[in-house]
Design a protein around this ligand. Sequence first.
Ligand SMILES: [Zn+2]
Length: 242
Amino acid sequence: MTQAVDLLAIAAHRDDVELTCGGTLAKAVQAGHRVGILDLTQGESGTRGDAATRAAEAERAAKVLGVTLRLNAGLADAYLQNDDPSRARLVELIRSTRPRVVILPFPIGRHPDHRVASELGRDACYLAGLAKYGPPGAEQPHRPFKVLYALAYREDPVKPSFVVDITDVFETKMSAIRCYASQFAGAKAAGEIHPTGQDLYELIRVQSAHYGSLIRARYGEPFFCYETIEVQDVVTLGVQSL
Ligand SMILES: [Zn+2]
């Protein structure tokens, strides 16, 4: 059970989680939670860099964020499928890491891998809890309690269910992103981030500032979840209305 984490971020490519929820992961680490990252592919089909370079970069970024675990499912980059073998592989990794909360990519995206990762991740979270799913002698069933979707950079008319204030860890997020020099040095766009002509790092800062402004904070990361968020005491609610 040494691989067990409280929070697991699952995404298609190395660098995806840094871009969409790196601040949230760093903040969870600071709060004392065990945090893991599961990259589904090794980035062998990426236009920039190669799989070995990206592996080294991902290791450095994981250290910057302070996560305890970074796993790779070894699925095919640019060919991600929500099929039986892929679900079985994810179920195995979810059962071995036993997260309470899982962060997935948003179900809509430019890159087909991002969309598939979202659906594949959700299905695997469910299947991991089925006692009779998988080979005999497999790890104990485990179903994550909560599934969240990282909403950063999406332009679909979906309002975030909530925004995490990442002001205090924003430089940590940026340091983790800067580990991916093979992907981002001199880049004007990445993944779901469309180019505006300005430097990619500045673009990420501007976007993070926008999400932060939604909760009257300097920097934020937005999330969506299908369930309604529970509140126990309306008197302590944050974010000024008027
Ligand atoms: Zn990606």
